[in-house]
Design a protein around this ligand. Sequence first.
Ligand code: COD
Ligand code: ATP
Length: 195
Amino acid sequence: MIVGLTGGIGSGKSTVLELFVKLGAIPFIADIEAKQLMVLNLELVEQIKLLFGEDAYKNGKLNRAYIASIVFNDKSKLSRLNKLVHPKVREHFNEFVKNNAGKIIIYEAAILFESGSNELCDSIITVIADKDIRIKRILKRDSITKEEIESRMKNQLNDEEKVLKSNFVIKNHSLEATKQQVSVIFDVLVKMNIS
Ligand SMILES: CC(C)(COP(=O)(O)OP(=O)(O)OC[C@H]1O[C@@H](n2cnc3c(N)ncnc32)[C@H](O)[C@@H]1O)[C@@H](O)C(=O)NCCC(=O)NCCS
Ligand SMILES: Nc1ncnc2c1ncn2[C@@H]1O[C@H](COP(=O)(O)OP(=O)(O)OP(=O)(O)O)[C@@H](O)[C@H]1O
């Protein structure tokens, strides 16, 4: 069973994912897979260099700050990057699913709907939190400015659109309430997976 887990930047996807994993779900984190493939898949590395130039890599590592400064201010470059990366993540995920048959797999992606990966999912959970709370959390967690956070937000669907397309919604304000919501949803998923 494939469960998509999404939410805007700083909503608490990773926090919620951890709670599901503690209950027995198997995680697939699209963002981590994408970043690994962007370094290890030689065909992809060449395509990224063609798109962004040699500065896309620094000492063999992905130059995230450089790429982010381009793509989050240029929709067409972001779309071209997505078209290179997402099919490769998809291939990797298909293998992952084969190796975890029968289990509850949680596919975490900030841009689940935007990338079309929602089509792979049997059920979808969206994590929401008020915009100012999300901004505060990210400012505390990352060395990134409010403007940079807002430019990422502009490239994502808003919460209302995501909620309409989801089977479950978790409002992640208090951690205690979030834990309870995760526990209730996990019980439902287990029942859905059995039937
Ligand atoms: C541009 C990159 C290098 C910036 O890396 P960086 O570590 O600075 O930021 P990070 O990945 O944590 O993203 C920050 C936030 O931006 C948003 N974001 C990331 N990728 C995208 C995207 N393709 N479209 C819209 N929003 C995005 C997410 O909310 C994310 O939480 C990186 O985001 C990237 O490689 N993106 C393209 C691959 C991709 O689509 N990954 C997302 C899951 S498949
Ligand atoms: N309910 C909560 N109460 C307090 N802090 C929280 C709560 N949920 C998440 N956080 C904190 O807020 C920050 C963002 O949460 P998290 O990393 O889970 O979000 P995310 O949606 O995965 O973010 P991103 O899209 O940037 O990857 C983290 O530092 C996390 O510890």
